[in-house]
Design a protein around this ligand. Structure first.
Ligand code: MTE
Ligand code: MO
Length: 312
């Protein structure tokens, strides 16, 4: 199949794959699996060229296997293994994203169009799930703010709403209305959406996003709990009101709109003070959760004057 990324993006210096392979091989051999198997996992699919980012952490990466086999993506079921098992049923080509609401250039933006205007970067971010596990993931993506600027938000726009695809024929979890109300929805305040840390990811480990991670385009907001990072986006709507969001609608007493990572505010049913860093066997470990997931210096200013003792 012809790659969608053969055009020259004009960027380089992404973490070389050889480095990733070495790290993964180390993890793999420690976990007892073969090196050949880990390389085979990278053999198909397109590769990106992207520039490195000052926002990347230099923490040990989770390996490709962890990142693509331990997922939350309720459209394919509630089990951590369901997305890897069933997300292959989703057709991601062609793909387009509607950008509408309070923008001067509303319209249907094709995936290729979005990519052609994007300055791709590698962003190695911590991902902290509200369930108290975390990973370190080398995303390939671009700043959401750049895409929003192309659409030109109107001065009265204050929020950004996001929606995932609804296609029950290919997303078996959507055949049940008892799991969640579809489409999966998320939202940000416009200034959060414009923050340079907020990206739309189209790849990881230098390659096209695997379906289970939200192909072909998903949000990544690293200072918020993982459920804010909505997958397989088909619509972005600018509004002047706080948009309804899936987990907040589902359990308003447990999941707020803001949902900034905060070790001092416990979930009603468990502590958020620590997290389990997902890792094959020996490498799984508990660590302290950081305020704003460690991104405080970049985002604390967004919340000046706000009461941080709640997550709403
Ligand atoms: N559409 C959609 N997006 C979603 C979810 C989902 O169920 N559906 N799960 C969220 C949760 S709870 C987390 S922790 C992250 C997990 O991202 P990952 O599987 O790429 O690690 O995706 C988020 N985005
Ligand atoms: Mo999550």
């Amino acid at each position: 199949m012809k790659s969608r990324f053969e055009n020259d993006m004009g960027y380089s210096e992404v973490t070389p794959k050889s480095v990733w392979l070495n790290r993964r091989d180390l993890l793999k051999s420690a976990g007892g699996a073969t090196i050949a198997a880990s390389i085979a996992g990278l053999a198909n699919g397109a590769t990106f060229e992207a520039s490195k980012s000052i926002y990347s952490t230099d923490e040990e990466l989770n390996d490709f296997e962890d990142i693509t086999s331990y997922n939350n993506f309720y459209e394919f079921g509630t089990g951590k293994g369901d997305p890897a098992r069933y997300a292959g049923e989703l057709t991601t080509e062609p793909w387009s994203v509607v950008i509408d609401g309070m923008v001067e250039n509303p319209g249907t933006y094709s995936y290729e169009d979005i990519l052609s205007g994007a300055a791709l970067e590698e962003r190695i971010y911590r991902l902290r799930c509200v369930e108290a596990w975390s990973m370190v993931i080398p995303w390939i993506g671009f700043e959401l703010g750049h895409l929003l600027k192309r659409a030109v938000p109107e001065p009265s726009a204050k929020f950004v709403a996001f929606e995932t695809l609804v296609r029950p024929e290919e997303m078996r979890g959507q055949r049940s209305r008892f799991l969640l109300e579809w489409p999966y929805r998320e939202g940000l305040r416009l200034d959060e959406a414009m923050n340079p840390l907020t990206i739309l990811a189209v790849g990881l480990y230098g390659e096209e996003l695997p379906n289970q991670n939200g192909a072909p385009i998903r949000l990544v907001v690293p200072w918020k709990y993982g459920f804010k990072s909505i997958k397989s986006i088909v619509r972005i709507t600018l509004t002047d009101f706080q948009p309804p969001t899936t987990w907040n609608m589902q359990a308003p007493g447990e999941y707020g709109f803001y949902s900034n990572v905060n070790p001092l505010v416990d979930h009603p049913r468990w502590s958020q003070a620590t997290e389990r860093r997902v890792g094959s066997g020996l490498f799984a470990r508990r660590m302290e959760t950081q305020m704003f997931n460690g991104y405080e210096e970049y985002v604390a200013g967004l919340y000046e004057g706000m009461d941080l003792s709640t997550n709403y």
